[in-house]
Ligand binder design. Structure first.
Ligand SMILES: [Zn+2]
Length: 132
């Protein structure tokens, strides 16, 4: 299944090839481009070697097209983008903005689907039933 990802603000396409391209801003205000894997639950990420991330570092992901802050309203540690794939279906995808934290939450109507070993810690903020 091929999935595309869109900015919730400008609806610009964030996926090119096998990367989701995001802009990131760090606590020290420095900025970087980060490439994420488009498969949910795959946490490989690519960025310039001059950009160093320590476990627990928090970034704010921005849309690289319109620079909208992708931080979600559910929790400040989670960013949100829209995933499309099957015709007519859109999902809200929440993922962690904390380095080393493997949390991805896919929202489908009344249900959520969890990916990554740390996603349950955010489940309370979704107030919904969990689907396995
Ligand atoms: Zn945008």
């Amino acid at each position: 299944m091929y999935n595309d990802y869109k900015c919730p603000k400008c609806h610009g396409q964030l996926r090119l090839g096998d990367n989701i391209i995001l802009s990131a801003i760090r606590d020290d205000k420095s900025r970087a481009i980060i490439l994420l894997h488009p498969e949910l639950g795959n946490y490989s990420a690519d960025y310039h070697p001059a950009t160093k991330f320590e476990e627990g570092d928090r970034v704010i992901f921005l849309c690289p097209i319109c620079h909208h802050d992708l931080s979600s309203t559910k929790h400040k540690n989670l960013a949100m983008v829209i995933m499309t794939g099957e015709p007519g279906k859109e999902y809200d995808i929440y993922f962690s903005q904390v380095a080393g934290e493997h949390s991805t939450i896919k929202m489908m109507g009344e249900h959520v689907e969890l990916y990554g070993t740390h996603s349950e810690k955010y489940l309370d903020f979704f107030n919904m039933s969990q689907m396995h």
